[in-house]
Design a protein around this ligand. Structure first.
Ligand SMILES: NC(=O)C1=CN([C@@H]2O[C@H](COP(=O)(O)OP(=O)(O)OC[C@H]3O[C@@H](n4cnc5c(N)ncnc54)[C@H](O)[C@@H]3O)[C@@H](O)[C@H]2O)C=CC1
Ligand SMILES: O=C(CO)COP(=O)(O)O
Length: 415
């Protein structure tokens, strides 16, 4: 591991290499290059390996090459051309991002793990990492989704943190990846509030103040920090203060606001995908912007209600209303997100959204469909469905029990 005098630097791994994963690798790589005293200069990106053939319209297609029209390993191709030709075409990623198809190898010795996988793959990938990462690693979850099991609902930072026994914060916002990859301005919300450093690691003189360093407010339990045996970050590392976390993510085109509400940031990102499906359904009917605004309004109210009812000690309503990860993400997702676009196309073409996902997303994954099922399963268990009519309507449309045309009636308050 690289050191600076007695000081070690943080090694960063991005776990995931889809549309957002590759974009995240790009922006984080730019920031480690800009902060060489804090971070090791190579960012490893774990790639779920697959074979890809360079499309003829790609700038990397060379008809004279013996590899033209032949499948190649995505990770090897990425390391050669510095572009993810399948999930983020036409964007050059800095050469300090190195793709690695072995998840254990990719995360070895990393002190910062940035999870950017579709949520359905998080449990299996984390299980492969148990006992294989440094015990004091910190994670940030950029995945939008929930994990519903027999024991109830877990937000993704909690699912990651509990599986790996590490602290996990969250990053979520109005963040359509392709726009950010093109360096168009956007905002995001990072929730980061890990547990206190223990007494062997007092804050050195001249270091950031208590509120800036690795501290948690004891009055606010954070789901991802419930685990009892979190290891403090050793003193040789720069503190993962808000200031240093900001240095990892903030770019001139990607503005970061840091909060402590991990649950709120994560929940907003998950639930807005269900709302985006509803917006796509009504837009697909050609009902116009007023209809879309109506389902967005009801969806935002359900998002707030869900947080208050099921996460009363951790979710703050102001996170939804004031930060990029709430209403702003609903707005952008209902204008141009994949869930919105695929739902709209499904209605317009009279096809199932699953067929549309297969046909048009080229391997990218919708998160709203499985989240609608997971949230419904959770609501159904204790008879909460009637209090969440939009979430329930989306589930019923996906299941074939209702039609998009039924949405106005289904979300009308019942006496
Ligand atoms: N794309 C976007 O604009 C944004 C996405 N997000 C969230 O980020 C998360 C990741 O999304 P993207 O990076 O966009 O991915 P994506 O949807 O573009 O790509 C799917 C990814 O899943 C991988 N994959 C396929 N099968 C797998 C398996 N069995 N195990 C592990 N990985 C497998 C693929 O290799 C690919 O990297 C999602 O939760 C999404 O909601 C958040 C903000 C923006
Ligand atoms: O989360 C997103 C924008 O913030 C992207 O949403 P989609 O997955 O629907 O494209």
């Amino acid at each position: 591991m690289a050191t600076l005098g007695a000081q070690r630097k943080h090694k960063v791994t991005v776990v995931g290499s889809g549309n957002w994963g590759t974009t995240m690798s790009k922006l984080v790589a730019e920031n480690v290059a800009a902060n060489p005293t804090l971070f090791e200069q190579t960012v490893t990106m774990w790639v779920y390996e697959e074979e890809v053939t360079i499309p003829k319209d790609s700038r990397h297609y060379d008809p004279s090459s013996e590899r033209a029209n032949k499948p190649q390993k995505l990770s090897e191709l990425f390391n050669k051309v510095h572009e993810n030709i399948k999930y983020l075409p036409n964007i050059t990623v800095p050469s300090n991002v190195v793709a690695n198809p072995d998840v254990v190898e990719a995360c070895r010795d990393s002190t910062i793990l940035i999870f950017v996988l579709p949520h359905q793959f998080i449990p299996r990938v984390c299980d492969q990492l148990v006992g294989k990462i440094v015990p004091y690693a910190r994670a940030i979850c950029c995945t939008k989704g929930v994990d519903v099991g027999a024991e109830g609902i877990k937000l993704m930072p909690e699912a990651i943190g509990m599986r790996l026994n590490i602290y996990c914060g969250a990053l979520s916002g109005a963040n359509i990846a392709t726009e950010i990859a093109q360096e168009k301005y956007s905002e995001t919300t990072v929730a980061y509030d890990p547990p206190p450093m223990d007494s062997r690691h007092p804050t050195p003189k001249g270091s950031p103040t208590a509120s800036q360093v690795d501290l948690i407010s004891p009055s606010k339990p954070i789901p991802s920090a419930r685990s009892a045996h979190l290891k403090p970050l050793p003193n040789e590392y720069p503190p993962l203060s808000h200031e240093n976390v900001r240095k990892l993510f903030h770019r001139p085109y990607f503005h970061v606001r840091i909060v402590d509400d991990v649950a709120g940031v994560s929940l907003g990102g998950a639930l807005k995908n269900i709302i985006a499906l509803a917006a796509g359904f009504v837009d697909g009917l050609g009902w116009g912007d007023n209809a879309k605004a109506a389902v967005m309004r009801v969806g935002i109210l359900e998002m707030v209600k869900f947080g208050k009812r099921f996460f009363p000690d951790s979710v703050k309503t102001s996170t939804f209303t004031e930060e990029s990860c709430g209403v702003a993400d609903v707005v952008t997702s209902c204008m141009g997100g994949r869930n919105f676009r695929c739902a709209k196309m499904a209605v317009e073409r009279g096809e199932s959204i699953y067929d549309i996902e297969q046909k048009v997303l080229n391997g990218q994954k919708l998160q709203g469909t499985s989240t609608a099922y997971e949230v419904h399963e959770f609501l159904r268990r204790d008879n909460h469905e009637a209090d969440f009519p939009l979430f329930t309507a989306v589930y019923n449309i996906l299941e074939g029990n209702a039609k998009p045309e039924d949405i106005p009636e289904l979300i009308e308050p019942k006496p």
